[in-house]
Write a protein that binds this ligand. Structure first.
Ligand code: MN
Length: 254
């Protein structure tokens, strides 16, 4: 089977989440369903239930931290139910110092608890906050870090690369030259794909897991390789990212 991966999709925010999950499942597209608050984790876990290719992540989105930091403790029991954590991170766009400080407190606690498990895969938001995100994660985080929708500078990119991060690329990032240049500067073995649906569009349609072949095609042109090679590269990167927990016999996400 041909495999694609959508490492950052907000399944619960589509009009018909179950339909999107079913589409991803029948197309064999590995989909990691983010949650923006722990209160919607159980619902998302239900969407993933019984599906081979869909997994639920628990998170608290930085843009919701100011009003929902009281939900932080609800994350801890969820960490026993999933290997995936997101959406988490920092967002310094239009935020006060106080809010940024709260974001850092929340992010650092989630990172600390996640690190205790040793194998958590975290999908991290870093808008206008790459330096703090990278320094807070450090280079010894004992799991996998995926920087989602990276939009920093070249020197910030280099910093994140040195820390060993993966990068999940969506269609919106591929639209402008700045985004394409950034992607071209990412180590090819660290690049993954994401929809960040339903927040991104492709040709006026809301993107989702089944948009991944289109993103891989775009990557193939940036990398000057065939789409099939790009697909194999991205899927190989994903296998590395979730090592060693891709089940050896079934080759399925665990
Ligand atoms: Mn997102």
């Amino acid at each position: 089977m041909i495999h694609y991966v959508d490492t950052h999709c907000h399944l619960d925010l589509y009009d018909s989440p179950a339909d999107i999950a079913t589409e991803a499942e029948s197309a064999g597209i590995y989909t990691i369903a983010m949650t923006n608050s722990p209160s919607v984790f159980e619902h998302t876990l239900q969407l993933a239930a019984g599906r081979k290719f869909v997994r639920a992540a628990v998170g608290l989105h930085p843009q919701l931290v100011a009003e929902r930091s009281c939900e932080l403790a609800q994350i801890w029991p969820c960490l026993d139910k999933t290997r995936y954590v997101g959406e988490i991170g920092l967002d310094y766009c239009d935020t006060t110092d106080t809010v940024r400080q709260t974001q850092r407190q929340v992010f650092s606690q989630i990172l600390e608890k996640s690190a205790q498990f040793g194998d958590k895969v975290v999908s991290v938001h870093s808008r206008r906050a790459v330096v703090d995100v990278v320094s807070m994660i450090g280079s010894r985080y004992p799991g996998t870090v995926i920087l989602h929708w990276f939009s920093g500078t070249t020197s910030e990119l280099n910093r994140a690369v040195s820390a060993g991060s993966f990068f999940s690329v969506n269609h919106q990032m591929l639209k402008g030259q700045k985004g394409r240049d950034l992607i071209a500067g990412m180590p090819p073995e660290k690049v993954l794909t994401e929809s960040d649906g339903p927040f991104t569009k492709i040709d006026r349609n809301i993107a989702g897991p089944t948009s991944m072949p289109r993103i891989v095609d775009e990557l193939s042109s940036i990398w000057h390789i065939d789409p099939e090679q790009a697909r194999d590269r991205v899927f190989g990167n994903f296998r590395q990212a979730i090592q060693p927990r891709l089940d050896a016999e079934t080759k399925l996400l665990v």
